[in-house]
Design a protein around this ligand. Structure first.
Ligand SMILES: *Cc1c(COP(=O)(O)O)cnc(C)c1O
Length: 406
């Protein structure tokens, strides 16, 4: 019998990282602001900005730090209310609180995307900003979100931590809102262990974020726009904010940048393989009457490295039995709302400053939505193994129930 695939290991880091890391170790040049120019972090920012087609990028310690800086860069007043989806990672409401703001949770539907009726209802005059979390790479209706937010003058931050490579009408996710944030944590498309990056076209936003990330004194001079040093708008913005902002020191080290840079040319292949793997498995699972894989929205081209699906017509005990059988046979499945202390179940965010109010749609989804890792390096026999185990587990659970009924 085939062995269960290992879904936890990441891909090896490209060999090219080794020489650069050796060079950094030999020179001890690990701090981004030591070299007069072309530090690995600065090169990563320039390459990432170019790959995404944006003017500015700022690499930092994590995507959470990028989200925190994004909110601070917008200059929101204390206690400003920030709309976030109720289905996201606990780091997102945490970043809002860290920035001195108050998270307001919006319903998410059975397809893991923001419920637009609830979004519109909660986008009231006191909302200072919106964070759209493209959770597990599922893109909400960005056309509707941007139209509503632009009409009310509310800035949109895209939490694209887990969405690098996703397209919306062919546009790169993370470049549609005013600010985009991505993660380099090991479970994301580019792996530095830890790290994140903020992107924007707005010179004031980037200047403020750069200074607050810890570009003390005149270190901001080592940050450039698409035209190199020759960006009067950027220089003007830095001059405006010099000495006027706190330094939160959320920088990233040259070592992390040296690990990420050689992965950038791998991104297109990873996205292609991840999507092909996901769609193959989704088609197989879709043939099972107890499993539903929600479709992407029409304008969306996904870049998944995991799969989510809903169990249908199962009670809570049946859902628990399903995950136990699948996990026992080697395919780890978590149901967001049923695993203890899950960081993506909003009722576990007991640190929220305000009770989130009723969120019945999100809650119903979280109680039936399964999550399985699907590293892009998996091959067909491994995907078939996963499909067989999941379908078999569902059939076992429901088969037992059906035979009682007859
Ligand atoms: C991973 C993730 C984050 C947090 O990223 P870090 O780099 O670990 O801070 C935030 N939002 C989403 C949707 C994520 O998947």
């Amino acid at each position: 019998m085939a062995l269960a695939p290992n879904v936890y290991d990441a891909e090896p880091i490209p060999e090219a990282a080794r020489a650069e890391i050796d060079r950094l170790l030999a020179s001890g040049d690990l701090f981004r602001y030591t070299a007069p120019e072309n530090a690995p972090v600065a090169l990563l920012e320039a390459e990432f900005a170019q790959a995404l087609g944006v003017r500015y990028a700022l690499a930092v310690a994590s995507c959470s730090a990028a989200l925190f800086l994004a909110l601070k860069a917008l200059g929101l007043p204390r206690e400003a209310r920030v709309l976030i989806p109720a289905f996201t990672f606990a780091a997102v409401p945490s970043a809002v609180i860290h920035a001195g703001c108050v998270p307001v949770l919006v319903e998410v539907g059975a397809n893991y995307r923001i419920d637009m009726a609830d979004f519109e209802a909660k986008l009231t005059g006191d909302i200072g900003a919106v964070i759209v979390s493209h959770m597990r790479g599922h893109t909400s209706d960005m056309d509707a979100i941007m139209a509503l937010c632009n009409a009310r003058g509310v800035p949109v931050i895209e939490d694209a931590a887990h969405s690098l490579g996703t397209l919306w009408h062919g546009r790169k996710i993370g470049t549609i809102g005013k600010i985009g944030a991505f993660s380099f944590q090991s479970y994301k498309m580019l792996n530095a262990g830890e790290g994140g990056i903020l992107v924007t076209d707005d010179p004031d936003v980037i200047a403020r974020a750069v200074i607050m990330s810890g570009a003390y004194e005149h270190n901001w001079k080592k940050h450039k726009g698409p035209r190199g040093q020759n960006d009067p708008e950027l220089a003007g913005a830095f001059a405006r904010w010099q000495n006027r902002l706190p330094l939160y020191n959320t920088r990233i080290s040259n070592l992390s940048a040296a690990v990420v840079r050689p992965q950038l040319p791998e991104l297109a292949r990873r996205v292609r393989d991840g999507l092909a793997n996901h769609d193959y498995l989704a088609a197989r699972l879709g043939a099972c009457p107890w499993i539903e894989v929600p479709a992407a929205l029409a304008p969306e081209t996904r870049a998944p490295d995991s799969i989510q699906f809903n169990l249908v017509e199962m009670s809570d005990p049946e859902v628990r039995l399903f995950t136990a059988i699948a996990t026992e046979r080697g395919v780890a499945v978590q149901v967001f709302g049923l695993s203890d202390d899950n960081a993506r179940a909003f009722w576990n965010w007991e640190f929220l400053p305000e009770a989130p109010g009723p969120l019945p749609k999100t809650e119903a989804m979280l109680m039936r939505a399964c999550d399985t890792r699907l590293p892009v390096r998996l091959k067909r026999p491994e995907l078939d193994f996963i499909a067989d185990v999941l379908i078999d587990a569902a059939d076992t659970v429901k088969g037992a129930a059906l035979s009682y009924g007859t």
